[in-house]
Design a protein around this ligand. Structure first.
Ligand code: MG
Length: 220
């Protein structure tokens, strides 16, 4: 039997960066005169920037023009750039990389992050140099389209259906479900176990370290 490949999301899954994103959204919307509880941004993290701005605009009837939406997205991206170095690896990443290497399990990373941000995040998460990575540069559709994960599988030379997708957000679970891949949730992004299970997670772990200790549950 061939070993299934593991395809990881990056923000919130391998790097503890969700709160940097939330603060950046808070600043960006405030610059457009919109102040909402930070939670409203948090629960939409994991969508692309453009989708998040539209989702918030629709939910609160903000009637933002296209230009205003673009400006908020740009402001968030700038604010996030300034904070990215405050982000840390999630607990257990080193155990994850060691376990994958020891067992020869193929893995890749699929993120909607901008390529420069992704490069910094990969370093923070101690991602091994030769790891297959898909970013915005690959011009896939954004999650919850399964395309970013599908492109990662393609680069690994495996089928996404035979792979396992690991993510912190309901959007990751939705993506994997659409592609018929097994989805595994981690709690390091702040989404609850219940939300991840409702979105289709087969198992939910505290972090990728706990998952590495329980690979047997995934048939690895
Ligand atoms: Mg994430």
């Amino acid at each position: 039997m061939t070993q299934p490949a593991l395809i990881f999301d990056l923000d919130g899954t391998l790097v503890d960066s969700v709160y940097e994103h939330v603060v950046a959204w808070h600043i960006a919307f405030a610059s457009a005169g919109v102040t909402l509880p930070a939670f409203e941004y948090h629960k939409r993290i994991g969508m692309t920037g453009a989708m998040l701005v539209s989702a918030v605009s629709d939910a609160f009837d903000l009637n933002l023009s296209q230009d205003a939406k673009k400006a908020i997205e740009k402001r968030q991206s700038d604010a996030y750039h300034q904070r990215i170095d405050d982000a840390r690896a999630v607990p257990g990443v080193d155990l994850l990389w060691r376990t994958l290497a020891t067992r020869n399990i193929p893995c890749a990373i699929a993120t909607s992050a901008d390529p420069d941000d992704a490069e910094r995040l990969l370093k923070i998460a101690h991602v091994p140099e030769d790891t297959v990575v898909v970013t915005k540069r690959d011009e896939t559709e954004s999650k919850p389209s399964p395309e970013p994960f599908a492109r990662a599988a393609e680069k690994l030379g495996v089928k996404l259906r035979d792979s396992i997708v690991i993510g912190d957000a309901v959007w990751d679970m939705l993506s994997s479900r659409r592609a018929g891949a097994l989805g595994i949730g981690v709690l390091t992004g702040g989404y609850s176990r219940e939300e991840l299970v409702a979105a289709g997670a087969y198992r939910v772990y505290e972090n990728v370290g706990e998952m590495s200790r329980r690979f047997a549950e995934l048939g690895l």
